[in-house]
Each structure stands twice: as structure tokens, then as C-alpha cells.
Design a protein around this ligand. Structure first.
Ligand SMILES: *Cc1c(COP(=O)(O)O)cnc(C)c1O
Length: 432
């Protein structure tokens, strides 16, 4: 046994599972090279933006109180705008999470009487309450903002005819979710998002096209803002925070859209001028710097997981060969036991909290019990190795993250081990 194999054995991975993993990895060499090339491109993109914005040592310090003239904060927003090729950006620790960033972008750019359209089906679960699809205090619906939705066609395509019909005089903002979220539909490529936006703009040129970019940043060489999105929105405890940002969200886009969001986040009249950055700036900068390679590590983990699980006959979205547009891997087990064993395997691979056992619980914002596995340095960070799944049919688990490829690999092997220990898979049945 090699030193490495011995180490895996000590960490609870049986030889048969290790060898199964290696046999799968051998086939993935060209895919991993492609992922590394995209990371290299995006790494340069981030460095270029930082150089052009003259990021200096002073930018890494923070302010307190009102945060007037916060050089680091203002420069970071310039860096984000350059990375995403937008006019402006709002990047703040006061944006508490991705849902908050999205709610902020919507509430600040919509007015009573306006209509919001989702042409890509139901949005992410937590947005149902923001919009008022599930009645909720403070929702857009309470402020007289209506919502309409056009589902994707059964083959995953855009329903252009019905999208055309649903755009009316009141349609002010179109929200497009890049990632699949807790659904098993395919994630949208940036190219397809661009095609959808172009179509929508031919019908109504002044409509605001917003993209929920959560989990998509740095997966491709281009972002939705490169193909016509007026606003892209995401969370800093996902890809762009690089695992270091301890909190935060961003909105990048047209100056007017970003300013609207700033006046809503702080106050009319104050906008971007206030909002102390406290001590988080160094982590925001360093996290963004690391984000392209961290995203690549997570992507390799997702591709590896799809290739390991597909041979057992579990549904994997994306499948083992499909191109990737976000870092999420969905695996459908069809039983609660599969979801639970997978999550317990991820937890057992953590560097923090590996000794705890995750259980399903009633999480705020979700309509079914959810099980979540994570042992994160930043609580709840889903750019770190993590898995979650609602305990409802089709009993799919959503796996994402991994600050390093090595950790992602170990975590996935642990899930295979947990599935085997629970009697849910049989490696001997595979034709290797
Ligand atoms: C994570 C996520 C959100 C919400 O982000 P939170 O930080 O969990 O509030 C919204 N949309 C998508 C597609 C996501 O993946």
C-alpha cells in the first residue's frame, strides 16, 4: 500500500472504495485540465481588476461607525465591477446572505403596480416568501408587486411563446436563476442566459434583467453580465467569497440598479456613502482572489461525484459527461435513507465538527424538513464541502463545495463508504 492509501485506510476508506475512486479519476484527467484552464483565466481576470483598481495595503483595513470614505470598501466595489464588467457594484457585509441580496435587488428596483416575471420556472425556495408565492410578511406581494412565471419546457428549453405572452405593460423586472437550486432541472449556461435576455429585450427593451448568480461565479470564463444582464446577484459565502468571506452579498450591474439597491440597503439620501466595513475587507479581497481556484476545486468534486454515483444507477444532474455551469451536483437516491447516509458521509469528512451526526430538521424558509451536512470554518458556507437535501420526493441530495479538491475527493469517498455501510450500494455489482 502507498502512504496515501494507508492514510485513506486510517481515515475509514476501504481499499475497494479507494480503488473504485482511482479508476473513475483516471478517466477524468482531460475534464480536470479544462477546469484548471478556466480557473487560470479567471485568476488573471481577478488580478487584472485588482491591479487596475490600484488595490493597496490601506484597502485591507476597515472603518467603523458610519463608514464615510471607506477606501477599501469603495475600491472593492470597483474591483467587483471590473471583474464582472459592470458599471457599478454593491459588495457589503451588511447584506446578510444570498436571499437578502436578491430581496434587496428586487425590492429596490420594483415599485407598487410593477410585475416581476420568472421565465425559468419556480425560483429558489427562500425567494417564494420574498416574492409572496407563499404568503409572507413584508413580501413583494404585500407591496402590490405581482408575479408571473413561465415554466421551462419538459426538455429544459425556454417556452418562448408563453414568455412573449406574459410580458406586459407592467413587467418591470425579469429574474433568471442560473443554478438549479433545489430542483433537478439543468443549470443554465451563460450562453443560454444571453439568448433568453436577448429575446426578452426584443419584446421590451427597458425591462430589467436580473440573474440570480448564486453558485455560478467563475465556473465559466464569462458571467451573465457579459451577455446582457442588467444586474447579477450572489452570496459571498458561496463562490466569490473564496471560503474566506465571513458574511456578505453582492449586486453588480447598471449604475441605476445598483444605486437603487444601495438606497434601499442603507437609506434614501445615504446610499453607498455609509456602511462601515469593520474588519472584513482583507477576507473579502483575499477570498475573491482565491475564488477562481476554490471554485475549480468544488467543480472537480462535483464532476467526480457524478462519475462515481452514475454507475450505481442513481440519477445525477448534471450527468457524468455534461458541461458545468454551477458547482452543484444533484444525486437522486429515491429514499430518505440515501439522502441521510450521503449527508452523514460528508459530515464525517469535515475538518470542523466531524464528530456530529446531521439529522433532518424544520429549517426556516423551507416547506419540508431539510438535512444539512457541513463542517465549515464559516458557518453555513456552501463553498465549503457541504451537502443538503429536502426530505421529500424525489429524495435528491444537493452536494457542493470543497475549498480544496483533495478535501472534496475525501468527502465524496466518505459518502460512498457511508452508503456501503448502510447497505445502500454494492460495489461488487459494478462492471469495472
Ligand atoms: C443559495 C442560493 C440562494 C440563497 O442564498 P442564501 O445565502 O442561502 O440566502 C438563492 N438562489 C440560489 C440559486 C442559491 O443557490
Amino acid at each position: 500500500m502507498s502512504k496515501l492509501q494507508e492514510m485513506y485506510a486510517e481515515m475509514g476508506i476501504e481499499r475497494q472504495i479507494y480503488e473504485y475512486g482511482e479508476s473513475v479519476l483516471n478517466r477524468l484527467v482531460p475534464r480536470f485540465r479544462e477546469i484548471d484552464e478556466i480557473a487560470e483565466y479567471n485568476q488573471m481576470k481577478v488580478i487584472k481588476a485588482m491591479q487596475e483598481s490600484k488595490v493597496s495595503e490601506a484597502c485591507l483595513l476597515g472603518t467603523t461607525g458610519y463608514g464615510y470614505n471607506d477606501l477599501g470598501r469603495d475600491t472593492l466595489e470597483e474591483v467587483y465591477a471590473k471583474v464582472f464588467h459592470t458599471e457599478d457594484a454593491l459588495v457589503r457585509p451588511q447584506i446578510t446572505c444570498g436571499t437578502h441580496a436578491l430581496a434587496l435587488a428586487l425590492m429596490s428596483n420594483l415599485r407598487p403596480g410593477d410585475e416581476l416575471l420568472s421565465p425559468v420556472g419556480k425560483p429558489y425556495d427562500t425567494l417564494e416568501e420574498v416574492i409572496g408565492i407563499r404568503p409572507s410578511r413584508g413580501s413583494l406581494a404585500e407591496y402590490g408587486i405581482t408575479y408571473s412565471q413561465v415554466d421551462l419546457l419538459p426538455d429544459g428549453g425556454f417556452d418562448y411563446e408563453n414568455i412573449r405572452k406574459s410580458i406586459n405593460g407592467r413587467t418591470r423586472l425579469v429574474t433568471i436563476q442560473r443554478s438549479k437550486g433545489y430542483q433537478t432541472r439543468p443549470t443554465l449556461s451563460v450562453k443560454r442566459i444571453g439568448e433568453l435576455i436577448a429575446f426578452i429585450k426584443t419584446i421590451k427593451p427597458d425591462v430589467i434583467c436580473m440573474v440570480d448568480n448564486c453558485y455560478g461565479e467563475f465556473v465559466e470564463e464569462i458571467e451573465p453580465s457579459d451577455v446582457g444582464a442588467d444586474m447579477i446577484v450572489g452570496s459571498l459565502i458561496k463562490n466569490p467569497g473564496g471560503g474566506l468571506a465571513p458574511i456578505g452579498g453582492y449586486i453588480a450591474g447598471k449604475k441605476e440598479c445598483v444605486e437603487n439597491a444601495a438606497f434601499r440597503l442603507t437609506s434614501p439620501g445615504l446610499g453607498k456613502e455609509v456602511g462601515a466595513s469593520l474588519g472584513v475587507l482583507k477576507d473579502f479581497y483575499q477570498g475573491l482572489f482565491l475564488a477562481p481556484t476554490v471554485t475549480a476545486a468544488a467543480l472537480k468534486g462535483a464532476v467526480f461525484a457524478a462519475n462515481l454515483y452514475e454507475p450505481f444507477g442513481f440519477g445525477v444532474v448534471p450527468n457524468s459527461e455534461e458541461s458545468r455551469h454551477d458547482i452543484i451536483q444533484a444525486i437522486t437516491f429515491g429514499t430518505p435513507e440515501g439522502v441521510i447516509a450521503f449527508c452523514q458521509g460528508i459530515q464525517a469528512a469535515a475538518s470542523v465538527d466531524s464528530h456530529v451526526t446531521p439529522e433532518p430538521w424544520d429549517m426556516p424558509g423551507y416547506d419540508a424538513q431539510v438535512i444539512m451536512a457541513a463542517g465549515a470554518f464559516v458557518s453555513g458556507s456552501s463553498i465549503e464541502l457541504s451537502a443538503d437535501g429536502p426530505i421529500k420526493p424525489p429524495y435528491a441530495v444537493y452536494f457542493q463545495g470543497g475549498l480544496t479538491w483533495q478535501h472534496a475527493k475525501f468527502g465524496i469517498l466518505k459518502t460512498v463508504q457511508a452508503m456501503k455501510n448502510a447497505g445502500l450500494i454494492d460495489i461488487n455489482s459494478l462492471k469495472l
